[in-house]
Design a protein around this ligand. Structure first.
Ligand SMILES: Cc1cc2nc3c(=O)[nH]c(=O)nc-3n(C[C@H](O)[C@H](O)[C@H](O)COP(=O)(O)OP(=O)(O)OC[C@H]3O[C@@H](n4cnc5c(N)ncnc54)[C@H](O)[C@@H]3O)c2cc1C
Length: 444
């Protein structure tokens, strides 16, 4: 299956000014016009009305992951709470998870306060077990979430069946663990409308949004000089880097942020008969509890948007994802979709697309001043879990810029990211990690 444009593109932000190739002065220059960059610009303008804030977007606003995701707003970072506790210890994992839950609330409040029409529905989220091992993992996750004192509900088979009917399971008994968890503080939204709405709020507050503004070099001084492809410079007192998986292309975080490709399918609108078969009255976002997992939600017009399958790192961090790799990934995801829903619901795939995230080896973001660049703050590495975090992060960046310190003692406020040395080590280690997780899912 050949990738096509995301369905959210119908609501893409209106065009903003093309980069004029001139010399521009700014108080703050934000590099990257996705949710992270727009949120930084929005929060800075709230805090410092009248400041000259310039957003520099290489392509068009929302070109990256921000308008290619599945639109699931939920807590957590790019790893399960079990792994998080193993890696960081209970106290840090608790603080981080609770901060992500706070980010969900902050994101929802921002959307509401600004009246952004992006179909936000706080539906809650289901995490479903499709095997015995997944039930065991869900039981452990529920124990940990309860120990973090965050809301979680265990669903037994009957309760899950009443919420959503899925295809046949690969095994497991109630004694192994719950059939699903319900996380109440979560929702779904329309990513394209969110980007468009946030961009409009930034422009309304006096932010200047440039498209076709590709930064190719950032100077080390303060103020910093940013050189743009096609001519012209921006001189800015402060710079925010919000280029996610594209950061290595800017010469930043090579081997520390891996551009990783993900894939998404969208179904044809479900018939009323199919909706009746599936149930899904509360229209929750759903994740499956495997290590290499799928995640899916309904749109307002009853299509299923279905993401997941094996994440892909291309040789040397290549960004261009056209070709057989993407086609095969979408085909494999279509097979997963047909296994996920009952055959009698006849869920039919209409199209699919791919997108790039910034992945860090320890699956945690990095928000801090950039070493050797006193004017620059970076906000990168959401590891596929960035809708809530990117929207909330503008407040944290604003705090760093205005107060000169990070707002809280959390392990994602850091200027050091783990490094994976050059090719072929990066390519091989990523493939080995994903392959091992797939094997563990199959064996358990
Ligand atoms: C397929 C897919 C599904 C996902 N599903 C979910 C989900 O359901 N829930 C969830 O929480 N997260 C999800 N995510 C992750 C989420 O979309 C991202 O974490 C979030 O959008 C990151 O936003 P961002 O602004 O940091 O990055 P991006 O949206 O990628 O924005 C970076 C921007 O920087 C620009 N840029 C790059 N280089 C330069 C340069 N040199 N000069 C100027 N501009 C530049 C790019 O053009 C791009 O627009 C998903 C991601 C993908 C790809």
């Amino acid at each position: 299956m050949t990738p096509s444009a995301p369905i959210w593109a119908d609501a893409a932000a209106p065009s903003y000014t093309r980069w004029p190739g001139a010399n521009v002065k700014a108080d703050v220059a934000v590099v990257g016009g996705g949710l992270t960059g727009l949120s930084a610009a929005y929060h800075l303008l709230l805090r410092r009305p009248g400041a000259r804030v310039v957003v520099l977007e290489a392509e068009r606003l929302g070109f990256g992951a921000s308008s290619r995701n599945t639109g699931m707003l939920g807590p957590g970072v790019g790893q399960s709470v079990i792994t998080l506790v193993q890696r960081r210890g209970h106290a840090e994992a608790r603080a981080l998870y609770r901060a992500t839950l706070g980010a969900v609330g902050d994101a929802a409040r921002l959307i509401e306060r600004e009246g952004i029409d992006c179909d936000l529905a706080m539906t809650g989220q289901l995490v479903v077990a499709r095997s015995r091992a997944s039930r065991v993992r869900l039981a452990r996750q529920a124990d940990l979430l309860e120990s973090f004192e965050v809301p979680v509900e265990r669903l037994e088979d009957g309760a899950l069946q009443a919420a959503l009917r899925l295809g046949a399971r690969a095994g497991g008994e109630p004694a192994d663990g719950p059939a699903a968890l319900r996380l109440p503080v979560a929702g779904t939204l329309h990513p394209g409308r969110l980007v468009a709405g946030l961009a409009e709020r930034v422009a309304r507050r006096g932010g200047i949004l440039y498209e076709g503004a590709r930064v190719r070099h950032i100077g080390t001084g303060r103020p910093a000089r940013l050189e743009l492809s096609g001519g012209g410079d921006v001189i800015a007192d402060d710079v925010v880097i919000a280029t996610a998986g594209y950061s290595p292309g800017l010469g930043l975080f090579r081997g520390r942020i891996l551009p990783v490709h993900l894939q998404v399918l969208v179904s044809k609108p479900l018939t009323p008969a199919a909706r009746a078969i599936l149930g899904w009255q509360r229209r929750e976002g759903v994740l499956d509890a495997r290590r290499v997992f799928s995640y899916f939600r309904l749109t307002r017009d009853d299509r299923i948007v279905f993401g997941g399958g094996a994440p892909r790192y291309l040789w040397a961090g290549r960004l261009d994802d056209s070709g057989r790799g993407a086609d095969n990934a979408l085909r494999r995801l279509a097979n997963e979709l047909s296994r996920t829903f009952p055959a009698d619901a006849r869920v039919e795939v209409e199209s699919g697309w791919t997108g790039v995230i910034g992945y860090v080896a320890d699956a945690l973001p990095a928000i801090e001043r950039l070493r050797g660049h006193p004017a620059v703050v970076h906000v990168v590495g959401w590891c596929g879990h960035g809708v809530a975090l990117s929207l909330a992060s503008g407040a944290w960046v604003t705090h760093i810029l205005c107060e000169g310190a990070v707002p809280e003692d959390l392990p994602w406020f850091r200027d050091r990211l783990p490094w994976i040395p050059f090719e072929p080590v990066r390519w091989l280690s990523f493939r080995a990690a994903v392959g091992t997780m797939e094997l563990m899912d199959q064996l358990s």
